[in-house]
Design a protein. Structure first.
Length: 158
């Protein structure tokens, strides 16, 4: 999931450095793997605050150049993007609620809800077909079926 990152060039009031056209001169994953850098824009215009949007899936190291209009001490910004921060975003979303049906199944809350539905759901074993059916909690939504076979020495689920 993409995140918005900010850059400020120089010190003091960032508005003093508005109107720049910064670019990435280094945007790498490790020492030798270049990655296509995202564009950098000033948001809001005239603020001197520059942003870029990127969804890090691997660790990234970058060097941003604010341009030759800046003094050498104010011109460059260095940083890193840690892919592990993407995990933090998948904990849940505004629509996730452990008791509702609007949970995103790809988030941690969604996975917890699916596990809870399984544990609290009904299960039916049909002796004539030897099929075990498991339903979601409080509904007739079939989660899965398994065929069970039984011998004198063991039971097998397939």
């Amino acid at each position: 999931m993409p995140k918005t990152y900010g850059l400020i060039f120089g010190s003091g009031d960032s508005a003093n450095n508005s109107g720049l056209s910064p670019t990435f001169v280094i945007f790498n994953a490790g020492a030798t793997l270049p990655v296509t850098p995202p564009p950098i824009s000033e948001t809001p215009t005239g603020s001197g605050i520059y942003t870029f949007v990127y969804g890090a899936t691997i660790p990234i190291f970058f060097k941003a150049d604010g341009g030759s209009a800046l003094l050498a001490a104010d011109r460059f910004r260095y940083g890193s993007l840690d892919a592990i921060q993407s995990v933090d975003e998948k904990i849940g979303s505004g629509s996730d609620s452990i008791g509702s049906t609007a949970v995103d199944p790809n988030t941690l809350m969604g996975l917890a809800k699916r596990s809870l539905e399984f544990e609290e759901g009904n299960a039916v074993f049909n002796k004539s077909t030897q099929v075990w059916s498991v339903f979601a909690r409080g509904s007739s939504t079939l989660l899965f079926t398994k065929k069970l076979t039984n011998t004198t020495s063991q039971s097998t689920k397939s």
